[in-house]
Ligand binder design. Structure first.
Ligand code: GLU
Length: 277
């Protein structure tokens, strides 16, 4: 059974890029006789708004999309995320980090470090808080927790791979390309990387269809699936919808909001044509 999902964060209106992602996933599920699920990625409570969720749902329905209710929402799943963190902590794969963004930028750009390297989450963590040996004792509450990437790769042992649009793709150089990523954010209990792998596994997602901007993060997700004993879905990272200047669309580009096109009289077919579906 083919099961895919669209997982918007309700932090702004649905724009053309997201509509493309949702319609593509919906079309592919239909073509495969499978299921399309909606999931609300509302981990970041400070930026999510019920009004945005309502409008996103309304736009998706207007586009002709359909999904089973009730939908999964990340804000309901903090105990699940916590339990996974506990399991990783118990294996000595996490450590608490007290660095601020400014600390990280300063340490990463220290003269002996050369130019700071960037990964899927921005500047690669220079390892300031990484302990020599795994921390013992109970997992701290309310702390940011990072994955010790070198140790994590060591414990998985085998070369990890996943299927990207039908092609076997191997994980490579995660300590250099991603570094010790955050799995628990201080302010929200989990990070996107941790939540997304647990959500996809718990929803039985067989195919993850999302923008190419998340392709790099997939390497982290496949590693986490392996560490947590979860299945790895097939991935399809699609082209990004760009504006006339070739810039990626962001949610703040309200000009490209589906609501704006609707107000101007566009039809769902017009939207499909605009994104090349
Ligand atoms: N909520 C994420 C976003 O808005 C999507 C995550 C995903 O598809 O894995 O970019």
């Amino acid at each position: 059974m083919f099961i895919t999902r669209f997982a918007p964060s309700p932090t702004g209106p649905l724009h053309l890029g997201h509509a493309f992602s949702a319609m593509l996933a919906h079309d592919m599920a239909q073509a495969a006789g499978g299921r399309f699920l909606l999931r609300i990625d509302d981990l970041d409570r400070s930026r999510c708004r019920p009004e945005w969720e309502a409008q996103i749902r309304n736009d998706l329905r207007w586009l002709g999309l359909d999904w089973p209710e009730p939908v999964m929402r990340q804000s309901d799943r903090l105990p699940r995320y916590r339990a996974a963190l506990q399991a990783l902590w118990a294996r000595g794969l996490l450590y608490p980090c007290t660095c601020t963004r400014a600390d990280i930028r300063a340490a990463a750009s220290a003269p002996q470090e050369g130019a700071p390297l960037h990964g899927p989450d921005g500047v690669i963590y220079p390892g300031t808080c990484r302990p020599e040996s795994p921390p013992t004792g109970p997992m701290p509450e309310g702390a940011a927790l990072r994955l010790d990437m070198v140790r994590a790769i060591e414990v998985t042992g085998i070369p990890l791979k996943y299927n990207e649009k039908g092609t076997e793709t191997f994980l490579r150089d995660l300590p250099e390309t991603a570094g010790d990523v955050v799995l628990a954010r201080r302010d929200m209990g989990a990070s996107y990387h941790l939540a997304v792998v647990l959500d996809d596994a718990d929803q039985g997602i067989t195919h993850v269809i999302r923008g190419a901007d998340l392709a790099e993060a997939t390497q982290i997700h496949v590693l986490l699936q392996n560490l947590l004993g979860l299945p790895t879905p097939a991935y399809h990272h699609h082209r990004l919808i760009r504006d006339a200047q070739g810039k990626r669309l962001a949610k703040r580009d309200d000009a490209r909001a589906i609501a704006t096109y609707r107000a101007a009289g566009a039809s769902p077919q017009d939207i499909r044509a605009m994104v090349g579906l």
